[in-house]
Design a protein around this ligand. Structure first.
Ligand SMILES: O=C[C@H](O)COP(=O)(O)O
Length: 270
């Protein structure tokens, strides 16, 4: 279990659902409603375990209306943002727009953006800067592909991504930063890194943050694992002392399954 003191987590766990390009605006409302009801039925304590969803841009207005209207404790964010705030950037979405829609977080540097859209470390860094300008907590995604893993360079590769993305920012600016370690070979494949692998990388990222900033800062940053997380494996993955939550793709599209993941403490067998 993520390290606890006096029954409380040292860092508030975050269970985040990245819907990717799934769920139109009608389906989004149904999914959020069902998720909220399911978590309410399970007496979910949002103060203890934060739950966020990351729907497509076109769903955000509907999700905002539902969350505000029903006073839900769920949080939501976007899957990406533009480095720019406004102007002639056809197809892009500004952090200013996301903030106005009540987003509290935004994914940055997801491997699918890096791979499919060719986003390099410089773009990722500029997107973090844009997120911070609009008080959006960046969820920085990092992780290695299969070739890098097989060559044994996964720690070096992942830490280089972290360092490049955070270059020039102060600890104060990054107070709300979340980092998600997602080995690319485990995304949507059914393969998960073992709990030891997730802990190894989370600990290495925390040590890198301590080296770049301070131990106090490093201890405050939440580090998530992502890659084929399900209700059946979440408890063992979150057992690592440095693993503070999960970034869930496929399993976040089904309300009951995602709610079970958010309730990971109930799956722990003594
Ligand atoms: O952002 C989420 C990750 O890409 C994991 O996706 P997955 O749970 O479908 O493997």
């Amino acid at each position: 279990m993520t390290t606890q003191k006096n029954g409380q987590f040292v860092r508030r766990p975050l269970i985040a659902g990245n819907w990717k390009m799934n769920m139109d605006h009608m389906q989004a409302i149904a999914l959020v409603q069902k998720l909220a009801w399911t978590l309410d039925d399970a007496n979910h304590d949002y103060e203890r375990v934060q739950v966020s969803v990351f729907p497509p841009f076109t769903d955000l207005r509907g999700v905002q209306t539902l969350v505000a209207g029903d006073k839900l404790d769920l949080e939501y964010g976007a899957q990406d943002l533009s480095p720019q705030d406004s102007g002639a950037y056809t197809g892009d979405i500004s952090g200013a727009f996301l903030a106005k829609l009540g987003c509290s977080q935004v994914l940055v540097g997801h491997s699918e953006r890096r791979e499919i859209h060719g986003e390099g470390d410089g773009v990722v860094r500029s997107k973090i800067e844009a997120a911070l300008r609009h008080q959006l907590a960046p969820v920085l995604c990092v992780g290695e592909g299969l070739e890098v893993r097989e060559a044994g360079n996964h720690v070096h590769h992942t830490l280089a991504q972290v360092q490049a993305a955070l270059e020039g920012f102060t600890a104060e600016q990054l107070a709300e930063l979340v980092i998600a370690y997602e080995p690319v070979w485990a995304i949507g494949t059914g393969k998960t890194a073992g709990p030891e692998d997730a802990q190894e990388l989370a600990a290495a990222i925390r040590a890198k943050l301590a080296e770049l900033y301070s131990q106090e800062f490093a201890d405050s940053v939440r580090i998530l694992y992502g890659g084929s997380v399900k209700s059946g494996n979440v408890a063992s993955i979150l057992a690592g002392a440095d693993v503070d939550g999960a970034l869930v793709g496929g399993a976040s599209l089904e309300a009951e399954e995602f709610a079970k993941i958010a309730q990971f403490e109930k799956h722990i067998t003594a």
